[in-house]
Design a protein around this ligand. Structure first.
Ligand code: ADP
Length: 162
């Protein structure tokens, strides 16, 4: 049986840190579904279609990866996709408390779904979508931190020169 992992997140937008985690997941699982959360409390910079499109472009050529959006409870979605695990990235100790809370709550909601944590390469361990948006909004360079299509999309959104 195929072992499917779900990498959930807002991906607003996808960064090289996310890609690092997806690639690491592929070394352990047969298939990875990148699941983009629709129901966000904060208003995203990129709408759901654009976030999915940017992930598609950024992961082009990578085998055994699917990109989807989802609504509602994550554990329900994981079950529906026959996933065996949720994969989350851990950057720093600061991520830990929130991630542990969420993992334990998800376990409570469905004890069959495991959460697996992976550490990104240290060059991405300081990277967040929030920081990328902040840098780009002030005209700073995000080269090497996000994939090319995301760099272009940020330039368009913030009216930056090529
Ligand atoms: P969320 O809003 O659910 O935290 P994100 O899109 O910010 O969604 O992140 C999705 C997942 O990717 C989370 O597990 C997060 O810890 C992880 N992640 C985000 N940035 C990085 C990074 N630079 N390196 C490794 N993992 C990351």
């Amino acid at each position: 049986m195929k072992r499917i992992a779900i990498c959930p997140g807002s991906f607003d937008p996808i960064t090289n840190g996310h890609i690092d985690i997806v690639k690491r997941s592929l070394r352990i699982f047969d298939e990875v579904i990148v699941a983009v959360a629709v129901n966000l409390k904060k208003k995203p910079l990129f709408d759901i279609e654009k976030r999915v499109q940017l992930i598609r472009q950024s992961l082009e050529g990578l085998e055994n990866v699917r990109i989807e959006s989802f609504n509602g409870l994550l554990v329900d979605y994981v079950k529906q996709k026959s996933g065996v695990a949720i994969v989350r990235g851990l950057r720093a100790v600061s991520d830990f408390e929130y991630e542990m809370q969420m993992a334990l709550m998800n376990r409570r909601l469905d004890h069959e779904v495991e959460t697996v944590f992976m550490m990104p390469s240290e060059e991405y361990s300081f990277l967040s979508s929030t920081m990328i948006k902040e840098i780009a909004s002030f005209g700073g360079s995000v080269k090497g931190l996000v994939p090319e299509p995301v760099e272009q999309a940020l330039k368009e959104v913030f009216n930056l020169k090529e």
